[in-house]
Write a protein that binds this ligand. Structure first.
Ligand SMILES: *[C@@H]1O[C@H](CO)[C@@H](O)[C@H](O)[C@H]1NC(C)=O
Ligand SMILES: *[C@@H]1O[C@H](CO)[C@@H](O)[C@H](O)[C@H]1NC(C)=O
Ligand SMILES: *[C@@H]1O[C@H](CO)[C@@H](O)[C@H](O)[C@H]1NC(C)=O
Ligand SMILES: *[C@@H]1O[C@H](CO)[C@@H](O)[C@H](O)[C@H]1NC(C)=O
Ligand SMILES: *[C@@H]1O[C@H](CO)[C@@H](O)[C@H](O)[C@H]1NC(C)=O
Ligand SMILES: *[C@@H]1O[C@H](CO)[C@@H](O)[C@H](O)[C@H]1NC(C)=O
Length: 483
C-alpha cells in the first residue's frame, strides 16, 4: 500500500485541495487561458509559498518511500525527481514578475472608473436609473452603445435584438426578432426595460435592493441618447460610446453619424466630455465636431497621435507592460475593460493604468488601495526565507524517516556479523506486515532472554529494526545508544 498512515492520507487531502483551489482561481473557469497570465500577476507570489509548503509536507511521504524501498535505483529515482521539483520550485520566484512588486512611493493615482452601461449590478443596464446609480458611486464616466430608431431617434441599446432587456415579446411580438433600430421610437418608448432585470437577476444583486429601488428598476424604459447627454452635462462626467452600424435597409443608414453628432451638439454637453469609440467614420466625426475625443483599440502607437486619438481602449487580457509604457510616453491615456474584480483593479492600478470600464463601480469605488503592494527587497526576503525554512524542514524529515537506516548502517560498521545482516535484511523486507511482525515476535523471544515486550508492542519500524539488532548482539545496541 502506497498511502498507508492517516498522516499520509491527510497530506494527500491537503495536496488535492490546494490543486483544486489553484485550478479554480477566480474567473478562470469562465474565461480563457489569457486570464491565467494576469491572474498569476496577482497571485503568483502567494501560490509559490503555498506550493513550497505543499512540497515540503510531501517530503514526509517521499522520505518514507525512500526509507522503505529495497532497490537502490528506486531510491535514487525518488531523490532525483523530488530534488528536481524542489529546485525548480525554489527558483521560480526569479521568473515571477508582478506590477505590484514595487515601491509604494511609485504607485500612481487610483484608476478612474467608467460605468459600463451605467451600474448594471444595481439597476437595469443602459437605463437612466443605471447611469444615476453609477454617478452615485463616483464614476468618472459612463459607457454605452448607441443605435438610431427607424424614425431617426438615437437611443441606447447593446444587443442585436430587444428580447433580453425589454418586454418586447409580450408587447410587440412582431418586433422581437428584428434589429432594435428597425423599430420606431414611438414603439420603443412604450417598452419596459427594467422588469427583465428583476426577473433574470443577472448578477444576483436584486435581493440587495430596497423596495423603492425595486419599484424604480421595474419602471424603467429605454433611454434616449439625449437624456444621457443631459445627465452627463449636469454631472460633468465623460460619456464614452460606440455608435452601432444600422442595417442597409434602414432609412438613416447613410446619415447615422450626422444624426448622432447633431444630438451631441444639441445637448450642449462640452465636446471634450464625449469620447468616440468606433473606428469607422472617425474622420467624419472629427470634421463635424472637432472637440470630441477619440479612443482606439489599435495598438499603433506611432499613428495614434497623428490620427487625433488620445485614448487607447484595451481588453484586460490584451495589455502588456509595454503598452502601458508606450502609451505613457506618447501622452495617450490607457483605459482597460471590463474590470469587475478588486484583484484585477489592483494589478492594473500597480501597472499604472489611468482608467477602467467596469460593471462594478459600486465595488471598485470602495477599493482604497491595491490589495497588496510589496517592495522588491521585501519580496526577495520572503521567498528566500520560505525556501530556506522549507529546505531545513525537508532535511529534518529525511533524517527522521531514515533514522533506522542510519542506525542500522552505523551498527553494521561497528560489528560486521554476516548472520546479523541476513536477519536484519529479512526483518526490513517484512517490516510493514503485521503478520510477519508476529513471527518476529516469536522469533525474538526464542533468541532473546531480554524482556523487551513493551518495546515491541510500540510497533515502530525504527525500534523494530533496532530490536532485531539487539536480538543478535546486545553489545551493538549499547554502542549505538551511546552515540
Ligand atoms: C414606423 O413608422 C413608419 C411611419 O409611421 C411606418 O411606416 C413603419 O411601418 C413603422 N415601423 C414599424 C416597425 O412600426
Ligand atoms: C412607470 O410607472 C408609471 C406610473 O405608474 C406608468 O405610467 C409607466 O407606464 C411606468 N413605466 C414603465 C416603463 O413601466
Ligand atoms: C468638470 O470637471 C473637470 C475635471 O474633471 C473640471 O476641471 C471642470 O472645472 C469641471 N467643470 C464644471 C463645470 O464643473
Ligand atoms: C453629414 O454632414 C456633413 C457635414 O455637414 C455633410 O457634408 C453630409 O452630406 C452629411 N451627410 C448626410 C448623409 O447627410
Ligand atoms: C502631454 O499632454 C499634456 C497635457 O495635455 C501636455 O502639457 C504635454 O506637453 C504633453 N506631452 C507630450 C509629450 O506630448
Ligand atoms: C464582469 O466582466 C465580464 C467580462 O470580462 C462580464 O462578462 C461580466 O458580466 C462582468 N460583470 C460582473 C458583474 O461580473
Amino acid at each position: 500500500m502506497f498511502f498507508f498512515s492517516p498522516i499520509q492520507a491527510f497530506l494527500v487531502v491537503i495536496l488535492g485541495t490546494t490543486v483544486l483551489a489553484m485550478a479554480s482561481i477566480e474567473q478562470m473557469w469562465t474565461e480563457e487561458w489569457e486570464v491565467l497570465i494576469i491572474s498569476l500577476q496577482a497571485t503568483a507570489p502567494f501560490l509559490h509559498i503555498g506550493a513550497v509548503a505543499v512540497v515540503t509536507m510531501l517530503s514526509w511521504i517521499v522520505a518514507g518511500q525512500f526509507a522503505r524501498s529495497e532497490k537502490a535505483i528506486f531510491q535514487i529515482c525518488i531523490i532525483l525527481a523530488y530534488l528536481a521539483v524542489l529546485i525548480a520550485l525554489y527558483l521560480v520566484p526569479l521568473t515571477i514578475s508582478s506590477p505590484c512588486i514595487m515601491d509604494k512611493k511609485d504607485l500612481g493615482t487610483k484608476p478612474r472608473i467608467i460605468g459600463h452601461r451605467g451600474a448594471p449590478m444595481l439597476a437595469p443596464e443602459n437605463t437612466l436609473m443605471s447611469f444615476k446609480r453609477a454617478l452615485e458611486n463616483d464614476v468618472y464616466g459612463l459607457q454605452t452603445d448607441v443605435m438610431i430608431s427607424y424614425d431617426g431617434i438615437p437611443f441606447l441599446m447593446h444587443d442585436s435584438s430587444l428580447r433580453r432587456t425589454t418586454n418586447v415579446d409580450s408587447v410587440f411580438p412582431f418586433l422581437s426578432s428584428e434589429p432594435p433600430s428597425m423599430a420606431n421610437w414611438t414603439d420603443l418608448e412604450r417598452l419596459n426595460a427594467g422588469e427583465w432585470f428583476l426577473k433574470d437577476d443577472p448578477f444576483w444583486t436584486v435581493s440587495s435592493l430596497s423596495p423603492s429601488e425595486i419599484f424604480e428598476a421595474g419602471n424603467q424604459s429605454i433611454c434616449k441618447l439625449i437624456d444621457l447627454l443631459r445627465l452627463a452635462k449636469e454631472s460633468n462626467v465623460t460619456v464614452l460610446f460606440k455608435s452601432l452600424p444600422l442595417p442597409p435597409a434602414h432609412p438613416h443608414y447613410k446619415d447615422r453619424i450626422n444624426i448622432t453628432i447633431n444630438t451631441i451638439l444639441a445637448s450642449g454637453i462640452p465636446q471634450e466630455l464625449v469620447i468616440w469609440l468606433s473606428e469607422s467614420d472617425r474622420q467624419l466625426v472629427q470634421k463635424l465636431a472637432p472637440g470630441i475625443q477619440h479612443a482606439s483599440n489599435v495598438k499603433d502607437f506611432k499613428r495614434l497621435r497623428e490620427r487625433g486619438i488620445t485614448m487607447l481602449n484595451l481588453r484586460y487580457t490584451e495589455i502588456i507592460d509595454e503598452d502601458i509604457r508606450e502609451s505613457a510616453s506618447d501622452n495617450i491615456t490607457l483605459n482597460v475593460y471590463i474590470v469587475n474584480k478588486s484583484w484585477l483593479y489592483s494589478v492594473l492600478w500597480c501597472a499604472g493604468v489611468q482608467s477602467v470600464t467596469s460593471d462594478a463601480a459600486n465595488i471598485l469605488h470602495n477599493v482604497p488601495f491595491p490589495i497588496w503592494v510589496m517592495p522588491p527587497d521585501e519580496y526577495s526576503l520572503i521567498w528566500i526565507t520560505s525556501d530556506l525554512v522549507s529546505f531545513t524542514v525537508i532535511i529534518g524529515v529525511f533524517i527522521l524517516q531514515n533514522y533506522h537506516l542510519i542506525r542500522w548502517r552505523l551498527g553494521s560498521i561497528r560489528t560486521y556479523n554476516p548472520e546479523q545482516i541476513m536477519l536484519s535484511a529479512a526483518v526490513r523486507r517484512a517490516s510493514r506486515d503485521v503478520r510477519i511482525m508476529k513471527e518476529k515476535l516469536i522469533f525474538s523471544e526464542i533468541n532473546n532472554s531480554m524482556d523487551n515486550a513493551e518495546e515491541l508492542s510500540l510497533c515502530s519500524e525504527n525500534r523494530y529494526d533496532g530490536f532485531a539488532n539487539d536480538a543478535i548482539s546486545p553489545a551493538t545496541e549499547a554502542k549505538v545508544h551511546s552515540n
